[in-house]
Design a protein around this ligand. Structure first.
Ligand SMILES: C[S@@+](CC[C@H](N)C(=O)[O-])C[C@H]1O[C@@H](n2cnc3c(N)ncnc32)[C@H](O)[C@@H]1O
Length: 242
């Protein structure tokens, strides 16, 4: 059974733990957090948005500089950014240590409802499952060149003593839904985490978010947004010529 809401198809028979599976306009699924009334990806296309913001504007830019990266993701969610990163790493023969932070992990039953397998090779579909089955709080080699560390908790509590990262995917729920995660203290934490030629990418181009990044000492550059959105955010430790 399904109903149409704002051109999205809402599968009411897939409701698990206050979360529903939605169809986005590129045919890929996203999830709706019912309590927040907030979806995990753009309604115009979950897969297209992830590919554009995090893979093209983020990962591919950093892979042009070096083939060994440490990545931190704020908001593991469906693991879509993780599997797309792994796919690109395989394509480019890159070595990646990927830390993903998530306070509210999704059930495997819910993950299995998502249609991302349609865009993945059978091998990548297997790896997507492996990503979700990987235990939390430890390094897990998903492939020989891709180590995943899932941290169960909030970014605010994430401890990174001595750890630095080349790339941050800041993929939290929108500032009007979860303002606390976009606060200055978290941007200062990002700035401390980033190496000298490191970069943060986010779908979000909220003014206060960008001011907080600047106040944290990062250089914020305007960048065209995904799927007709005017802008997304890329922020750097220093000016790097790409
Ligand atoms: C917009 S969704 C994106 C998820 C993911 N990147 C994906 O592709 O599915 C935001 C995610 O951030 C998580 N989140 C909420 N509060 C957080 C916090 N304080 N620290 C880290 N992640 C948080 C949510 O539970 C949710 O999974």
């Amino acid at each position: 059974m399904f109903i149409i809401v704002d051109t999205l198809i809402l599968y009411t028979d897939m409701k698990v733990n206050n979360i529903k599976v939605l169809m986005t306009k590129d045919g890929s699924h996203t999830l709706l957090n019912i309590a927040l009334n907030e979806s995990y990806h753009a309604h115009n296309g979950a897969l297209s948005e992830s590919k554009y913001v995090y893979i093209q504007a983020g990962l591919m830019t950093q892979l042009a500089l070096k083939k060994q990266l440490n990545i931190v993701e704020v908001g593991f969610g469906t693991g879509l950014n993780t599997i797309l990163t792994l796919a690109e790493a395989i394509k480019q023969n890159a070595t990646i240590h990927y830390t993903s932070i998530e306070p509210v992990p999704l059930s495997l039953a819910l993950i299995e409802q998502l249609n991302y397998g349609q865009w993945l090779t059978p091998k990548l579909a297997e790896l997507y499952l492996a990503i979700h089955q990987a235990p939390w709080e430890q390094d897990v080699a998903i492939t020989a060149n891709f180590v995943l560390h899932k941290y169960r908790g909030e970014f605010e509590q994430f401890e990174f003593v001595g750890q630095q990262t080349d790339l941050i995917y800041f993929d939290a729920f929108a500032p009007n839904k979860q303002p606390e995660i976009w606060q200055l203290a978290n941007m200062q934490k990002c700035a401390q985490l980033l190496v000298a030629d490191g970069m943060l990418v986010s779908y979000c181009a909220n003014g206060q978010f960008k001011r907080n990044l600047k106040a944290a000492g990062l250089i914020v550059k305007p960048y065209p947004g995904a799927l007709g959105r005017r802008e997304m955010t890329r922020a750097y430790q220093q000016v790097v010529k790409y």
